[in-house]
Design a protein around this ligand. Structure first.
Ligand code: ADP
Ligand code: MG
Length: 300
């Protein structure tokens, strides 16, 4: 009777609900680029979360230096931070702030290269440097005899930065990040509404598992390249699961566009924010929960 008597009411209800919900999202610091997202968010089965810069603040600090270089710590860090100053990865910020706090002079770098999912390379004073995680050894077919030190640093929750000069390890640097304040609370709330969560990170497995455990995420996939990240999203989608990806880095961009819903933080690198469907303007993980809540009410 309602449909026959006033069909316009139904026609009006849908756009009206969407407009009101978009306003609610904006009020809650959630920028939704397409309105379908409000209809689809509620159907998400799995939330895939990047670690560095997403679950953590991405504000890393140097916590330990194992220095076998023969240089003083400051000379070593002068070299490393000159190279890192050309990188946009959150790890680089640890070295940039160390250099500026300690007045380290920036050295001339040539042949700089970003190695996605690994680190970087460059030349200073005719010496070739490789800086990054232990994938360097596979990529350049080099030997790693620092397993013991690596494990020690990882068990302490550090991300590991290897420093190689002319193919030899000269130092191992542990950098630590801070987990976002409300990460465990949000994860708990998302579990209560039956969302499955997976941490997906390029960092090493031991560190990743320690951080995941402390915030209540059971599934961890570590040591993944940007390509592996997007393959994982494809694999989940092929199992007929609706997938949300939350990330902030260049390495997350392909996964953000592949996922059913890509969510980036406002602090994310431009290419990640461009690839996402939703931007969390307040960099607040609780906005993910609010998005589900608003989506559910919109549909109702
Ligand atoms: P994630 O954001 O999940 O850590 P990335 O793919 O951005 O993933 O990076 C993967 C890993 O590569 C990092 O955890 C780090 O070990 C290494 N890495 C990347 N960039 C740098 C860098 N500039 N300096 C040192 N290590 C780096
Ligand atoms: Mg990241």
């Amino acid at each position: 009777m309602l449909v026959c008597a006033c069909p316009c009411a139904l026609g009006l209800a849908t756009p009206l609900a969407i407009v009101i919900s978009e306003g609610l999202c904006a009020k809650n610091g959630i920028l939704v680029k397409k309105s379908e997202i409000l209809e689809n968010a509620n159907k998400i089965d799995v939330i895939v979360l990047d670690k560095t810069g997403t679950l953590t603040y991405g504000d890393l600090r140097i916590s330990k230096i194992i220095n076998n270089s023969g240089y003083s710590n400051n000379s070593l860090l002068g070299i490393v931070s000159s190279l890192e100053s050309k990188s946009t990865h959150p790890i680089a910020s640890a070295f940039k702030s160390y250099a500026s706090n300690n007045g380290l002079k920036s050295l001339d770098v040539s042949d700089f290269k970003n190695l996605a999912g690994i680190g970087l390379s460059g030349v200073i004073n005719e010496k070739a440097y490789l800086i990054g995680n232990n994938k360097i050894f596979d990529k350049y077919k080099l030997d790693n005899n620092m397993f013991k030190e690596e494990k020690e640093l990882s068990l302490d929750g550090n991300s590991i930065v290897y420093v190689l000069e002319n193919g030899k390890v000269i130092a191992l640097i542990g950098v630590k990040d801070i987990i976002r304040d409300n990460a465990s609370r949000v994860i708990k709330k998302l579990k209560q509404i039956n969302k499955r969560m997976i941490m997906l990170t390029g960092d090493n497995e031991i560190t990743a598992k320690i951080i995941a455990k402390s915030i209540g995420i059971k599934e961890v996939i570590a040591n993944v390249s940007p390509k592996d990240k997007s393959n994982k999203i494809k694999e989940l989608k092929s199992k007929d699961l609706k997938v949300m990806m939350v990330g902030d880095g260049i390495n997350d961009a392909p996964s953000l566009s592949l996922a059913d819903i890509g969510v980036s933080l406002n602090s994310a690198i431009d290419i990640a924010a461009d690839s996402a469907d939703v931007i969390l303007m307040r960099n607040d993980l609780n906005s993910i929960y609010n998005l589900f809540d608003i989506s559910r009410k919109t549909l109702a």
